[in-house]
Design a protein around this ligand. Structure first.
Ligand SMILES: Nc1ncnc2c1ncn2[C@@H]1O[C@H](COP(=O)(O)OP(=O)(O)OP(=O)(O)O)[C@@H](O)[C@H]1O
Ligand SMILES: [Mg+2]
Length: 230
């Protein structure tokens, strides 16, 4: 589980300091599906970066299973990201010169998985997202929804415990959005994942088990936040 205590993150912007996170206290249980909503620029992506050990907080602690990511060595963080945390982004972030199959295989390279096993695990992950018949296509030959499926397969292939998704359907039409969220939901359920999903879209957030709202770098339960704006 995650336990964030008094987490702050400051960025320097020219001469100003931006308090992207201004004291976040948050616990996320193993296997929980949490949606994070909130206006643009209020710290949602920054929060995901802390959860994903992509960056360190300015102060406070980010504990994952009792280990504080804020103080872990870079090599340990690298290992954790490679093995335990899958990322899904709004813009898919596939490598354009690699096929779907090869894109998924890349996630296993840092884990030193032998080539033959990489191939079979990537094929299985693509099957899980319903893309077996597109495995030899380049990203440019796939629709947005299909590209996001490849990205989800790439996140799942390492068999992570946590999936962090930042506006995963932000670039997709409504039907494709629903397909992708249903896919994430099915994988969350089947694999017992912890799923943290950032979204502007209330229709998506409502499908999660719990919603929090980020405002001015702070997290509050959705209901309190809504009551506060009324
Ligand atoms: N690397 C950075 N350097 C400087 N400022 C940054 C950096 N990353 C984020 N910020 C600032 O921190 C604040 C929070 O940004 P963040 O990306 O977390 O917001 P967000 O809630 O994800 O917004 P959006 O909904 O638009 O994606 C913003 O003011 C942003 O400009
Ligand atoms: Mg963002």
């Amino acid at each position: 589980m995650y336990k964030l205590t008094a987490v702050t993150k400051d960025y320097r912007k020219g001469r100003a300091i931006v308090h992207a996170l201004a004291g976040v206290d948050l616990a996320i249980a193993d296997g929980e599906w949490l949606a994070v909503q909130g206006p643009t620029g209020h710290g949602k992506t920054t929060l995901l970066q802390m959860l994903g050990a992509l960056d360190r907080p300015t102060s406070g602690s980010v504990e994952l299973d009792g280990h504080d990511l804020a103080t872990m060595r870079e090599s340990q963080l690298c290992g954790l990201r490679a093995a335990s945390i899958g990322f899904v982004f709004q813009t898919f972030n596939l490598i354009p010169t690699l096929t779907a199959q090869e894109n998924v295989e890349t996630a296993l390279v840092p884990l030193h998985v032998p080539a033959a096993t990489r191939k079979s695990r990537a094929a299985a992950a693509l099957a899980d997202v319903g893309l077996t018949d597109r495995s030899r296509h380049l990203p440019g030959e796939l629709s947005g929804g299909e590209q996001q499926r490849v990205a989800i397969a790439r996140a799942l292939v390492k068999e992570p415990t946590v999936i962090l998704a930042d506006e995963p359907t932000g670039n997709l039409d409504e039907d494709t959005r629903d397909e992708i969220i249903s896919l994430l939901e099915a994988q969350w359920r089947e694999r017992g994942l912890t799923l943290v999903l950032v979204t502007h879209d209330s229709a998506i957030a409502r499908r999660a088990q719990r919603i929090v709202v980020m405002r001015d770098g702070r997290v509050s339960p959705a209901r309190t936040a809504l009551a506060g704006t009324r």
